[in-house]
Design a protein around this ligand. Structure first.
Ligand code: MN
Length: 461
């Protein structure tokens, strides 16, 4: 299905919320990402409600719904207050793609410069428009299940090279979108502290393992995608229908304890090295907002196998990718004390992934596993072909073949990153803040952004 822009994508559309028209904003009227918030001082359990980011403000959807501004969308089966009345966005995620599109169109209309309905209704407007700095962002959904994939062939090849220099990619990689079931309960929203985990590690092959604070703490640059309507158990989602089950995307930091991971990952994959904390950005950018930025899926080099039939769809090959630029920044405690700006560690792009979102959704349900509205899937570390596009410190400080410290013991030679304070990092130190940003740009369309995914590492217990 070739992309057909609608009125919500019009690059000339402006909002009466002035800050949404600033060139640098992540949240112009063409974006309209959903999140869940409460006002500072309110109770996050009792007062959480859904909103939409617009410039440096939040549109309170519950206030709008209660004021009757969505009445045209109400039906007996689908009252709009169901979608906007629940604590998370799960109600909205359950809605059909057509209904979600109608809701988006209505929000776009209400916020557009030419529409007086909310703009000129001072009582409702003053309650419905909240400054972002007066609000606390909360988890966007109740996430029942979380799956993390491994969809970057560059990441898989780099990491494989450290452990198996002659045979970095396992034979299944180009056939199966590899993933593992992660932990949903420890997913936190941007800004929450990230406590350094303790666990078992084996520092030397000649000694027994020890238990203590992780010494090789890492981040992983990833994006997440929320599932919209799910599927019945036993009824796989076809690759041609998989796009309809995507609700939207966010930024993800899959914090990883590399020393614990190395000792525990065989034979069943990651466990406690990953499950201590995963951070997500609070705003969910919808599939509709991302539509103008879809691109061809990753071009497999000649010699690579074609995807098997249940993972192959012509439309998905043409437009299953997302041209989404991502950046990771770091600031140490010392840098913040000295008033220094965070430094950029790497830049990558989601379009370099070996598998598309539709392929991951189709694969996940291909055995009959039921996906549910609000499930979160993450892409796996997003690394590109260059050193500057490696999405975690495990790769970024590693000296691969032909690089500065390339060495006889694979994976052990590392060139540290030097910070402006003179500090050096091979892995994260306590007090380090990792910041992920993401944005989409294309000629003829308004740039849209994802906001930020932040977390500061605090000392182990
Ligand atoms: Mn990961």
């Amino acid at each position: 299905m070739p992309f057909e822009p609608d009125a919500t994508h019009d690059p000339n559309l402006k909002s009466w919320v002035e800050s949404a028209n600033d060139a640098g904003t992540d949240f112009p009227i063409q974006n309209l990402p959903y999140g869940v918030f409460c006002l500072n001082g309110e109770d996050p359990w009792d007062d959480a409600r859904p909103g939409v980011a617009i410039g440096d403000k939040i549109l309170d959807l519950q206030v709008c719904a209660e004021a009757g501004l969505f009445d045209g969308l109400d039906t007996e089966d689908e009252p709009i207050l169901y979608e906007f009345g629940t604590i998370g966005l799960n109600g909205l995620m359950l809605a059909s793609p057509e209904r979600r599109r109608r809701v988006r169109a209505r929000i776009s209309e209400l916020l557009s410069e030419s529409c007086p309905e909310l703009k000129d209704n001072a009582d409702v407007r003053d309650e419905a428009i909240v400054p972002m700095d007066a609000a606390q962002m909360l988890m966007p959904a109740e996430i029942a299940d979380y799956t993390d994939f491994y969809a970057s062939v560059h990441h898989a090849t780099n990491v494989g090279s450290m452990f198996r220099p002659t045979n970095p990619l396992l034979p299944n990689y180009k056939y199966v979108p590899i993933g593992y079931h992660g932990r949903a309960s420890s997913i936190v929203v941007s800004g929450a502290e990230v406590r350094r985990p303790s666990g078992q590690t084996r520092p030397s092959d000649d000694e027994p393992p020890v238990f203590g604070p992780c010494k090789l703490l890492d981040y992983e640059l990833e994006v997440g995608f929320f599932i919209g309507p799910g599927n019945e158990i036993g009824e796989p989602i076809g690759i041609d229908k998989a796009g309809e089950h995507l609700f939207g995307m966010c930024l993800v930091n899959d914090w990883s304890a590399r020393d614990m991971q190395k000792w525990e990952y065989q034979p069943l994959g990651p466990f406690l090295a990953k499950s201590f904390t995963t951070t997500i950005s609070p705003w969910v950018v919808t599939g509709d907002a991302l539509a103008p930025f879809r691109c061809a899926s990753y071009e497999r080099p000649s010699g690579d196998p074609a995807p098997l039939a249940h993972l192959y769809d012509n439309d998905d090959q043409q437009a299953g990718g997302v041209d989404l630029t991502l950046e990771v920044l770091l600031s140490s405690a010392k840098m913040r004390e000295a008033g220094m700006e965070p430094v950029s560690l790497s830049k990558g792009n989601f379009k370099n992934m070996y598998w598309t979102i539709a392929q991951m959704i189709a694969h996940h349900s291909s055995n009959g596993c039921n996906l549910q509205a609000g499930d979160l899937m993450a892409s796996g570390t997003i690394s590109g072909p260059e050193r500057s596009s490696r999405g975690c410190l495990l790769e970024l400080t590693w000296d691969g073949p032909g690089e500065p410290g390339a060495d006889p013991v694979p994976g052990t030679q590392r060139t540290p990153i030097r910070l402006p304070t003179g500090e050096e990092r091979k892995f994260l130190a306590d007090g380090d803040e990792v910041i992920i940003r993401g944005w989409c740009e294309r000629d003829g369309f308004r740039r849209i952004g994802f906001g930020e995914c932040r977390g500061i590492v605090t000392p182990a217990v």
